[in-house]
Write a protein that binds this ligand. Structure first.
Ligand SMILES: [Zn+2]
Length: 108
């Protein structure tokens, strides 16, 4: 996983949309940008969805965001999460950026 700054994180994430996928079928632990692994369930906050089965999630413990690729076999069979990149939310600018992304997602 590549650790980048938050602006680069959203730049490389690409086109993002409001989370709409049914994520209840995807239960697996994922490697978080904070360095730990977390179990993915409904307690994990999804920031946005991207094209190609990609999601951005918030770390449940610290101020980190991670982009995950949902790996599947023949579309239907879930094969786990692949962590693509991550960023730490550390500056006031980062917090503002994240807040504006959340606002944008609610408007969609
Ligand atoms: Zn974490």
């Amino acid at each position: 996983m590549k650790l980048v700054n938050l602006t680069t994180f959203f730049d490389t994430f690409g086109k993002a949309g409001k989370p709409r996928m049914n994520m209840s079928i995807y239960r697996e632990s994922f490697k978080c940008a904070c360095g730990k692994s977390h179990w993915f369930d409904e307690s994990i906050k999804i920031v946005c969805e991207g094209t190609g089965m990609k999601i951005a999630v918030l770390c449940p413990e610290e101020a980190f965001i991670t982009s995950l690729k949902i790996k599947t076999f023949m579309v239907f069979k879930f094969k786990g999460f692949e962590s693509i990149s991550g960023a730490q939310i550390k500056t006031e600018g980062d917090a503002v950026l994240l807040a504006s992304v959340f606002k944008l997602m609610r408007l969609q």
